[in-house]
Design a protein around this ligand. Structure first.
Ligand SMILES: *[C@@H]1O[C@H](CO)[C@@H](O)[C@H](O)[C@H]1NC(C)=O
Ligand SMILES: *[C@@H]1O[C@H](CO)[C@@H](O)[C@H](O)[C@H]1NC(C)=O
Length: 206
């Protein structure tokens, strides 16, 4: 049975047979946001949804392919790295990111760019295996800056009738610092999110 988003896309792709220039918007599986600054990226990946989802959650693989998040380490409540790197709700994660992203392609041996490297402590708040959605938030005084990064993987049929996985990720920034982050880093953060989406596609399709 076709779910409404799949149906919308199918209709969309049928229509595009008649109107070659029509662009179809893929329905989002991210939750609605009410935050004031939202930055994200997405890609259409020719790989099974489960495989893409497992890679998104397999933080240990990030150094091998991710030009934005160079490492994401699962840690305990005191931010001490755990032996078992399986992601779980409530885990602290130590995130080392590059904003803007490193030039692609990267692998585990790609050196960092210290000048554009950021290290944050975040916390996993949602792992929704049923809906293939995961979220983590910045651990910081929320009166100043709060963030939530959602990632989702869904199945779509592309315009040629091929089943693909739609990866999308979006970070919402709130609090007094949100507009400053946007002004100073908004373009670079957007580039980083899209670089991760593009690199995930390359990694999964290889
Ligand atoms: C996670 O990724 C690493 C590195 O790419 C790989 O060696 C490992 O098998 C993966 N783990 C799982 C559970 O898929
Ligand atoms: C790591 O933790 C996960 C879930 O928390 C568990 O399923 C898995 O068996 C653990 N792995 C090891 C090697 O202990």
């Amino acid at each position: 049975m076709l779910t409404p988003p799949l149906l919308a896309l199918l209709i969309c792709s049928l229509l595009s047979l008649f109107a070659a220039s029509q662009t179809c918007t893929i329905p989002s599986h991210l939750p609605e946001t009410t935050g004031k600054v939202n930055i994200g990226g997405s890609s259409l990946i020719h790989a099974p949804k489960n495989a893409v989802w497992n890679t998104v959650l397999n933080f240990s693989s990030y150094p091998d392919w991710n030009p934005f998040v160079r490492s994401q380490i699962v840690a305990d409540e005191f931010a001490i790295p755990l032996d078992n790197q399986t992601a779980f709700v409530g885990a602290k994660i130590i995130i080392t990111s590059q904003i803007p992203p490193l030039p692609q392609a990267v692998d585990a041996s790609t050196p960092p760019d210290i000048l554009t490297q950021h290290i944050t402590i975040e916390e996993i708040t949602v792992i929704d295996a049923e809906n293939y959605r995961v979220a983590w938030i910045l651990v910081s005084p929320q009166q100043i800056l709060s963030t939530i990064r959602w990632s989702a993987v869904s199945t779509v049929i592309d315009k040629d009738g091929v089943e693909k996985s739609y990866y999308e990720s979006r970070e919402t920034f709130d609090g007094p610092l949100a507009s400053i982050v946007k002004d100073l880093l908004g373009t670079d953060i957007a580039e980083s999110f899209q670089a991760q989406a593009d690199a995930l596609k390359v990694w999964m399709e290889a």
